[in-house]
Design a protein around this ligand. Structure first.
Ligand SMILES: [Zn+2]
Length: 85
């Protein structure tokens, strides 16, 4: 068993906690600089039959609704992010 004085244990705990916070901070600082990989608005489709909003990045003109199976043509007046209607 490792013998350790109480003051050294507290110091070791504080150092390890500080290192963990610094590593966490570095990680999230790098994450902010990563490219934006959010879903583009042109991949969002709205079904004209069941009004389901879904994502289909494979098709550009006509898409198949995953809920009701109907074919949908691309609409341009989909709601924008952050804009309430
Ligand atoms: Zn549908």
């Amino acid at each position: 068993m490792i013998r350790l004085e109480f003051s050294w244990a507290v110091a070791l705990y504080m150092i390890l906690t500080a290192v963990a916070f610094i590593a966490y901070w570095f990680f999230f600082d790098r994450v902010k600089s990563l490219p934006n990989r959010s879903i583009s608005d042109r991949n969002v489709w709205k079904c004209s039959i069941c009004t389901l909003y879904y994502i289909d990045s494979r098709n550009s003109d006509i898409s198949l609704c995953p809920r009701c199976g109907s074919y949908n043509k691309k609409q341009t007046n989909l709601p924008q992010k952050g804009v309430k209607s």
